[in-house]
Design a protein around this ligand. Structure first.
Ligand code: HEC
Length: 715
């Protein structure tokens, strides 16, 4: 099936006509500029410009290049009139967007990983501010000069405040995503090193851009009296973290609604200390952008233990169903499902059903009995992994090792919960829909997505904060008490039949077998990390003497546990050993490891899918079409029927939206960082690639913004 190209030109025509209808005033087409991160406040990653199109795209050549310095980052430029603002050289630079000439530079004011900048101007245009993240603060610059501006009395906004936690305990808090402007507010999500047990909560907050006052906050982990509070333990709002909107949020400017996709709660792979559905983690939230009031929500993963963050921004577009035009918003998950909702009511556009899913066997954990499945929209990623279908390009030993891990692991399809044996998760927490990988044709109901296939096998282990050296210093008895006694008991009696006693161990097994059980875990026993190899045989000897020791030193006795049920502090005893299966030759799972997909949401179908770039090491062996490894921030669509992608094979490509064919490509001087962007100056359209990330491997390479135009530099 092919997408009819006529649709794109029809969409372009609508813009032109609406331009005429509004009289002499030039109509602001928000998609004709690149004033906001990802193009426009709706995160559409879409441009209505048609100066670069299917007919002339092969004429693209480098117009200018701006070196961005050594620090690799993921920033996407914004362009206001003919000035481009970029993160570069450890600060922010303003460039002539037609020539790349630097107008000003402001040093030391942006965290190198920030995804971009926010521009705000007052109604009369007299004030023009750039809002810049320097974690944990938000700063303001004068967009005309690059000079620092204050927020009323404040030099900066401290994002660690007003979270209900001790600010000193909060390390990272600012999201790399730059936030959205609604009137005089900047609305910010957060990112807090969200896989730690003690992460900060993921409140979504709005600040006045002039005074710096916090105007509203939305608790993604609800406080007493707020909706969703009952889906957590009573004190969760004081102790549990994350459930944060770290990816870009999307604003419906006309309606004043901000859409936020939230991430998993901490700790990602074990939720014994946060039993319940855990609203509003892993959810799409529709909030009143002026007040923060929740209008509706949808939770895509209940009680997440897979790190299935909703990592792609909500996409706003209009679909046509049964003769009706519906303003819609999408939720695309890391787990491979796409959900589409009426933007105003939250009603699903395509039906959704709760289905029974595999259940946890980890003591103290409770997984949700059901999870939401879309009924019409086909999944966009592989949700299974079998040992019979691994990469033909990996070394046979790697394939054999992964096959053996798969055989040992729980492998019951999507939502197989983490376990002490390891559990197969496909598409995996770094797979599916990821940040910056979706673009829409807002008026045509089309969604394009770069999709990652990266199955993983998380495996819960006993977490301990002791190093091997500390274990050795503490001695073998303390090691036993700290890491084994909570389950096997002070005297090694165990809790039969669930937890075996350890008496007579040396008659039952060899030292090697003992070491392998402790290091790898078995059944319902977690692996115990960091124990020094040299201590293992001493530990086994110690276990052999437990009865005698307990009699000799009765005061050492640790109370026997009835069952291995966990209280809150015990529930924090687990961490995840985590396996991605990289190899020099790509991933060990089945290729393609990334693909480009076109959904027609008017019909509810996938129209085409293609491998998304290559892996350089395999290209050298003559193998192409495997998909690039872990592309993020990679996609942009235009009204002229093109898709631009930047992938980790250091290529920028132009694809035909109708067929998925590659029409043009060019080599980048480094790995891409931000989303490709486009804009016009004096009627000429430019394309920006951000080669700002990754290692510089040879002398000709550099981190740079590379700007293309048909015919290259103007003469
Ligand atoms: C969270 C609870 C837990 C902790 C902590 C734990 N174990 Fe276990 N252990 C178990 C369970 C449950 C089994 C049974 C595993 C199975 O399903 O075969 C087991 C089995 C064993 C076995 C095999 C016994 C047999 O007869 O087959 C050994 C040996 C063992 N554990 C040693 C240790 C040691 C040493 C430590 C500390 C370093 C430890 N365990 C910590 C729960 C635990």
């Amino acid at each position: 099936m092919q997408i009819r190209r006529v649709r794109f030109y029809a969409a372009a025509l609508v813009f032109l006509l609406s331009g005429c209808a509004d009289g002499p005033e030039p109509v602001a087409d928000k998609w004709a500029t690149w004033q906001s991160y990802a193009g426009s406040a709706d995160t559409s990653q879409y441009s209505s410009l048609t100066g670069i199109n299917v007919e002339n795209v092969t004429g693209l050549e480098v117009a200018w290049t701006f070196p961005s310095g050594e620090a690799a980052h993921r920033s996407t430029p914004i362009v206001i009139d003919d000035v481009m603002f970029v993160v570069a050289n450890g600060g922010v630079a303003a460039l002539n967007a037609a020539t790349g000439e630097q107008k000003w530079f402001s040093a030391d004011c942006v965290s190198p990983n920030a995804r971009g900048l926010v521009y705000w101007q007052s109604d009369d245009g007299s004030q023009q501010r750039l809002l810049v993240i320097r974690d944990p603060e938000l700063l303001a610059l004068d967009a005309r000069t690059g000079k620092r501006l204050a927020f009323g009395e404040r030099e900066s906004i401290d994002l660690r405040l007003n979270l209900g936690r001790d600010p000193e305990t909060i390390g990272r808090i600012a999201s790399m995503s730059p936030g959205r402007v609604h009137e005089n507010l900047i609305i910010l999500g957060s990112a807090m090193g969200d896989d730690a047990y003690d992460a900060a909560p993921g409140d979504i907050r709005a600040y006045d851009v002039l005074t710096g006052e916090m105007v509203w906050t939305f608790h993604t982990i609800p406080h007493p009296g707020e909706a969703g509070y009952e889906t957590w333990p009573p004190d969760a709002y004081k102790t549990i973290g994350a459930a944060n909107a770290w990816t870009a949020m999307s604003l419906d400017e006309e309606r004043g609604i901000i859409y936020a996709n939230t991430g998993a709660p901490s700790y990602h792979f074990h939720g014994g200390n946060r039993l319940g559905d855990n609203l509003f983690s892993n959810s799409l939230l529709a909030l009143n952008a002026s007040t923060g009031e929740r209008l509706w929500h949808f939770q895509a993963v209940h009680h997440d233990v897979w790190d299935y963050d909703i990592a792609m921004a909500p996409k706003l577009l209009t679909v046509e169903r049964g003769g009706q035009r519906i303003d819609a918003v999408t939720l695309a998950g890391k787990h491979g499902f796409l959900f589409v909702f009426d933007r105003v009511t939250g009603e699903p556009v395509f039906p959704i059903e709760e289905r029974a899913v595999p259940q946890t066997d980890v003591p103290g954990e409770q997984t949700s009995p059901t999870q939401p499945y879309p009924l019409v929209l086909p999944p966009f990623a592989n949700q299974t992994l079998s040992e019979d279908n691994l990469s033909p390009y990996a070394d046979p030993e790697e394939v054999a090792s992964l096959a053996s891990r798969i055989r040992q692991a729980r492998n019951e399809g999507l939502f197989t919960p983490p376990s002490f044996r390891g559990s197969v998760n496909a598409p995996g927490s770094r797979g599916g829909a990821q940040h910056g990988n979706g673009a829409v044709i807002p008026d045509a109901g089309l969604l394009f997505m770069a999709v990652i296939e990266s199955p993983t096998i998380p495996k819960l282990e006993l977490r301990n904060d002791l190093t091997a050296e500390q274990f050795l210093a503490a001695g073998v008895a303390a090691t036993y008490t700290a890491t084994c006694a909570p389950c096997h008991g002070a005297r090694g009696k165990g809790q039969p039949p669930l937890i075996p006693g350890l008496a007579g161990l040396s008659d039952r097994m060899s030292g090697t077998e003992f070491a392998s059980i402790v290091k790898q875990g078995r059944g319902r026993m977690p692996a115990v990390q960091n124990l020094p190899e040299t201590q293992l045989s001493a530990l086994m000897d110690h276990i052999g003497q437990l009865d005698r020791l307990a009699v000799a030193e009765p005061s050492d006795e640790v109370p026997e546990l009835e069952t291995p049920a966990m209280d809150v502090s015990d529930a924090q005893r687990y961490r995840s050993g985590y396996h991605h299966f990289f190899s020099d030759n790509g991933l060990v799972g089945p290729p393609p490891w990334s693909k480009l997909i076109a959904y027609d949401l008017n019909e509810g179908v996938i129209v085409w899918q293609k491998p998304y770039g290559d892996v350089p090491a395999l290209v050298k062996r003559g193998i192409t079409g495997t998909g690039s490894l872990f592309p993020t921030n990679s996609l942009m669509a235009t009204a002229s029927g093109l898709l631009f992608s930047a992938t980790n094979d250091r290529k920028i490509r132009a694809w035909d939206q109708a067929s998925g064919a590659v029409l043009w490509s060019a080599d980048l001087p480094a790995d891409p960082g931000g989303i490709p962007a486009t804009y016009t100056v004096d009627g000429r359209q430019y394309l920006v690639a951000t080669a700002t990330r990754g290692e510089i491997t040879s002398s000709g390479d550099q981190h740079a913004y590379v700007v293309y135009a048909v015919g290259g530099a103007a003469h």
